[in-house]
Design a protein around this ligand. Structure first.
Ligand code: SF4
Length: 511
């Protein structure tokens, strides 16, 4: 046997072990070519799936009745229920689903209402500029979502005659940025297709209902959950059923302290059943009664791909929150970025700030920010100032003295995969600066800054700058900056004094 064949055989044997079956135990099917019958993959262990049609019916009924009673009143639900135009309806659900990815409902509502007011149709969105999209999206995070939504809307208008695809399969295939979950949600909620959805809330609910304790982000578990969601979805009210399952995860079967007592599907929940049996066992022991062995230990299949791994068995102290389980998350990467709030007095007397546009791809693509520069880790402060000064010079086209930069403080912002520390400086200017017209940059008032497509991190930076400014200008309150550099004015050492550009540009570079 060659090494490759040996590997294949071993992998097959491993897969068979993981599925908990054997060639002898699997149901047989005849090969289409009439050869030897091929083994059918073993069904999932009974403990992990819904095998009783009567139970499925009861679960659907209980869940939908609860949803009808308790569902939250949300703007996209109202549109999905009342909008007669199928394309508008699909678009309304699509926008909500994209916004709700990674973002809380409470945050999304205001963004959603403003978005739908501004672009009520696919056609309206297709005509918007990316700048407008970014401005409205500012603060919602994961900015590529808005961009992709608009690109897909343009595609529907230009290539699909303005009509939304009507099935999950076509939505996923034809619309960029629409994955399996979003496609299932749009198709079931807008068009009544009986297809399931699996998002974070559904994963949690299903893993608890069926005691699935293997890594819930693994392909094997995700595939099983999709099968389960597709089998469970109510055939006559698929959109409501999917929303009900997600609503249950968002409001009752929450991650840390689920409200099992109020749960409409508690009688179908195997995690809860296990907790109750353990409690009953404990009380029997307490009163010295004979303790029957509970049939809740595991599914009875060795190496079950859905049970918790042997190294992380059921922990009684966690109760139902034993499920779901995830492989340890990768720590976000630490990054340091120097950023400078360049400030001048505007023509109406108020401050104006220089903002520049980020590249059109990558993190925070196309958004506006204070001139910023990624820093190498462990850079000395002096060197930090020098590289930032050089960077500012590139924007301003004139030499900038490192000593003129006033240290404000550090602002932390955690993106999904990056732990970002902004090292914030400011530079007050009296004179004007001739900006390079070829580089995207502009002066904005505070109001304009907040209306621009700027990230939440940059808003935090401005806030830190304003706080420092207030400290310095309020009587009797000196600056508490740790990293020392005084604002450098034209011969003045008063905190908060505006620096004339002329004086600033003449400031010495040596310490
Ligand atoms: Fe979740 Fe508890 Fe309901 Fe089970 S009984 S589905 S754990 S809320």
């Amino acid at each position: 046997m060659t090494r490759a064949r040996a590997g294949t055989a071993a992998a097959a044997a491993g897969a068979l072990r993981r599925s908990g079956g054997s060639a002898g135990r699997g149901r047989k099917r005849t090969s289409p070519r009439g050869g030897a019958p091929a083994p059918t993959p073993a069904p999932p262990p009974a403990r992990h799936h819904f095998s009783d049609p009567a139970e499925v019916e009861a679960l659907r009924k209980n869940l939908l009745a609860w949803y009808d009673r308790c569902k939250r009143d949300l703007p996209w639900r109202a549109l999905a229920a009342t909008e007669p135009d199928a394309d508008r309806r699909g678009y309304a659900v699509w926008v909500s689903e994209i916004m709700l990815q990674q973002t809380q409902v409470a945050t999304v509502i205001d963004y959603y209402n403003r978005w739908m007011q501004k672009w009520p149709t696919l056609q309206a969105l297709a005509q918007a500029s990316l700048e407008e999209v970014n401005e409205l999206w500012a603060g919602l995070g994961y900015y590529s979502r808005g961009k992709r939504l608009q690109e897909a809307a343009r595609k529907v208008v230009s290539e699909l005659g303005g009509h939304m695809p009507r099935t999950a399969e076509a939505l996923q295939k034809l619309l960029p940025g629409v994955g399996r979950y979003t496609a299932g949600a749009i198709a079931s909620i807008s068009y009544g297709q009986a297809t399931g959805v699996v998002d974070g809330n559904v994963i949690r609910v299903l893993c608890r209902l069926r005691c699935i304790g293997a890594d819930s982000s693994s392909p094997a578990v995700i595939d099983r959950l999709w099968d389960m969601a597709n089998a469970l979805v109510d055939r006559s009210r698929p959109g409501d059923f999917n929303q009900a399952l997600m609503e249950l995860g968002a409001t009752v079967c929450v991650p840390k302290a689920p409200l099992c007592g109020e749960c409409p599907v508690k009688q179908h929940c195997r995690a809860r059943c296990r907790v109750e049996k353990e409690l009953a066992l404990a009380s029997q022991k307490l009163f010295g009664k004979p303790a029957p062995v509970p049939d809740v230990e595991d599914c009875g299949v060795g190496d079950c791909p859905l049970c918790p791994p042997a190294t992380e068995p059921w922990d009684s102290s966690l109760g139902v929150t034993n499920f779901p389980r995830k492989a340890a998350k990768k720590q976000p990467r630490a990054m340091r970025t120097a950023t400078c709030v360049l400030e001048r007095r505007g023509c109406r007397g108020g401050p104006e700030y220089l903002i520049v546009q980020r590249p059109s791809s990558g993190l925070l693509a196309g958004l506006w920010e204070f001139p910023s520069l990624p820093l190498a880790q462990d850079l000395q402060e002096e060197k930090e100032r020098e590289v930032l000064a050089d960077h500012l010079q590139a924007w301003m086209g004139q030499p900038v003295a490192a000593k003129g930069l006033q240290f404000i403080g550090e602002v932390i912002h955690v993106f999904s995969h990056i732990h970002q520390t902004y090292v914030v400086y400011s530079l007050p200017l009296d004179g004007d600066v001739t900006l390079d017209p070829a580089s995207p940059s502009r002066w904005v008032t505070e109001e304009e800054f907040h209306a621009s497509a700027v990230s939440t991190a940059m808003k935090k930076v401005l806030k830190a700058h304003e706080k420092q400014h207030r400290k310095e200008t309020s009587p009797g309150k000196g600056s508490k900056r740790k990293r020392g550099a005084k604002p450098q004015g034209a011969g003045s050492t008063c905190p908060g004094t505006q620096l004339s550009l002329h004086a600033f540009l003449r400031a010495p570079t040596a310490p």
